[in-house]
Design a protein around this ligand. Structure first.
Ligand SMILES: [Zn+2]
Ligand SMILES: [Zn+2]
Ligand SMILES: [Zn+2]
Length: 383
C-alpha cells in the first residue's frame, strides 16, 4: 500500500524538481518582475491535486487545508523511507531527501495559507481567489515563506525559523547534490543531515500549525499522522545517537584537529596527520589525503579553481604542502583554526606577506596584517 503511495510521491517529486542554483530555489527572484505563470512549479495546491490519487489522508473531503495534509504526507514518506527496516537503499535516501525538502516547503506555505492565502503567492499583490483555487499561480519559495512567517504571521517562541538556518540550507544543498549530481552520501550522512530538519518541522507543526487548525476532524487526523511520524523518528534518532556513541572513543582527545564532515555535518573528520585517507568516523565519507583532502573537503577541484584565477590553500611551515585551511574544530567551533590537511599541524595564523601558515611574529597594528618570523627577520635585516 505504501509502496504505491511512495511511487506516486516519487513521480510527483521527480516531475516537480528543477535544476536550481539556490538550495531553496527562490523562484520568484529568478524571474523577478514577470507576470504570474500559468504552469507553476510545485506549490501546495499543485501537489494537492496530484496526491489526491495517492493518499487516503488527502481523500477526506472535509479537509480545509489540503496543503497541511500534503506536507504531512511528504514528511511521513521521508521518515518511512529513512527508517526502513534493514536500512534504506540509495534510491530511498534520494527520495527521502526530496520528500523532506518538499514537506518543509509545503508545511511553511500551509501555515501561510491558513493565515492569509495571498501570502503563498510569489507576488502577493496579484492575488486572485479564483486563480488561487484553480492552482493557477506561482507560489513563493521556501526562503520567502520563512521570511513571511516571521514577518507577517509570527511564530511561537519555541520555533526558530530562519531562511539562513544551517540545517535547512544543508538539506537544500543535499537535495541539489542528489537531484543534479547523483551524490554519494551514505545512509549515515543522510540520517544525520535530515534529523535536525525533521525535528524542527515537528516543533513547527506542534506549536505553529496544529493550534491554528480550526476543524476538529482535520486536527485529529493531523495528530494521528504526527504520531506515526514520531514513531519512525525515534528509530532515526536512536540510530544517530548509537553511531555517535560508537565513535566517541575514537574522537576523544583529538578535538583540536577534528573538523565537521561536509557530508553528514558532524564533527567527525580527524586531521590526524597520517598518510592514510582522511575519512569521516560517523558516515565514512572519504576525503583522500594531504592536498587532495583539502580540496575534497571544500568540494572544489584545485585544477579548475586555479585555472579560473582562484587561490591555492596557504602553505604549511611544517610540511611545506599547500594544504592549510581555515576551519572550525570540535574544540573551538566558533573560531577559525588554521590546520594543515597534510600533516595535521595547527598554526597560529597565516602571514599576510608570504601566505605561509605558521607562528606569527606580530600584527602590524595600523594595517591589521599578520607577519611571520621569517618575513620579520628578512625585513629587519634589510632595515
Ligand atoms: Zn560524515
Ligand atoms: Zn603541514
Ligand atoms: Zn611571512
Amino acid at each position: 500500500m505504501f509502496l504505491e503511495k511512495a511511487a506516486a510521491l516519487r513521480a510527483e517529486a521527480d516531475r516537480a524538481e528543477r535544476p536550481d542554483v539556490s538550495p531553496w530555489a527562490p523562484r520568484e527572484e529568478a524571474r523577478g518582475g514577470q507576470e504570474e505563470l500559468e504552469a507553476p512549479v510545485p506549490s501546495p495546491r499543485r501537489a494537492a491535486v496530484s496526491m489526491q490519487e495517492g493518499s487516503s489522508l488527502v481523500k477526506a473531503k472535509d479537509f480545509h487545508f489540503p496543503a497541511l495534509a500534503n506536507g504531512l504526507d511528504f514528511l511521513r514518506s521521508a521518515v518511512e523511507l529513512l527508517a526502513r527496516q534493514g536500512g534504506p537503499e540509495p534510491r530511498d535516501l534520494k527520495c527521502a531527501v526530496l520528500h523532506l525538502h518538499a514537506a518543509a516547503e509545503v508545511l511553511f506555505k500551509a501555515r501561510l495559507e491558513m493565515h492569509q492565502p495571498a501570502l503563498v503567492w510569489a507576488n502577493t499583490g496579484k492575488f486572485d481567489e479564483t486563480k488561487h483555487k484553480a492552482g493557477k499561480y506561482r507560489s513563493c519559495g521556501a526562503e520567502k515563506a520563512i521570511e513571511r512567517l516571521n514577518e507577517n504571521v509570527g511564530l511561537a517562541v519555541e520555533t526558530v525559523l530562519d531562511p539562513e538556518d544551517e540545517d535547512l540550507v544543508a538539506l537544500g544543498q543535499l537535495r541539489n547534490r542528489l537531484t543534479h549530481f547523483g551524490g554519494s552520501d551514505t545512509f549515515g550522512a543522510v540520517q544525520a543531515r535530515t534529523l535536525p530538519v525533521l525535528t524542527l518541522l515537528m516543533y513547527f507543526l506542534r506549536f505553529d500549525v496544529l493550534p491554528h487548525v480550526e476543524d476538529p476532524g482535520e486536527a485529529w487526523t493531523a495528530e494521528q499522522e504526527m504520531d506515526e511520524i514520531r514513531g519512525h523518528l525515534q528509530h532515526i534518532t536512536a540510530f544517530v545517537a548509537q553511531r555517535k556513541s560508537e565513535i566517541a572513543d575514537q574522537l576523544r582527545g583529538h578535538e583540536y584537529v577534528t573538523v565537521p564532515c561536509r557530508s553528514c555535518g558532524l564533527y567527525a573528520v580527524v586531521l590526524d596527520g597520517g598518510a592514510v585517507d582522511l575519512t569521516c568516523h560517523f558516515c565514512w565519507q572519504s576525503y583522500g589525503s594531504g592536498v587532495e583532502a583539502a580540496w575534497e573537503y571544500i568540494g572544489e577541484s584545485r585544477h579548475i579553481t586555479i585555472k579560473d584565477g582562484g587561490q591555492d590553500f596557504d602553505s604549511c611551515s611544517v610540511c611545506g604542502d599547500s594544504a592549510v585551511a581555515p576551519v572550525n574544530t570540535a574544540a573551538a567551533p566558533d573560531t577559525i583554526s588554521y590546520i594543515c590537511f597534510s600533516c595535521g599541524s595547527g598554526h597560529a595564523g597565516v602571514c599576510d606577506y608570504c601566505q605561509q601558515a605558521g607562528d606569527l611574529a606580530f600584527t602590524v597594528a595600523d594595517m591589521g596584517e599578520d607577519m611571520c618570523e621569517d618575513c620579520y627577520a628578512y625585513r629587519l635585516a634589510k632595515f
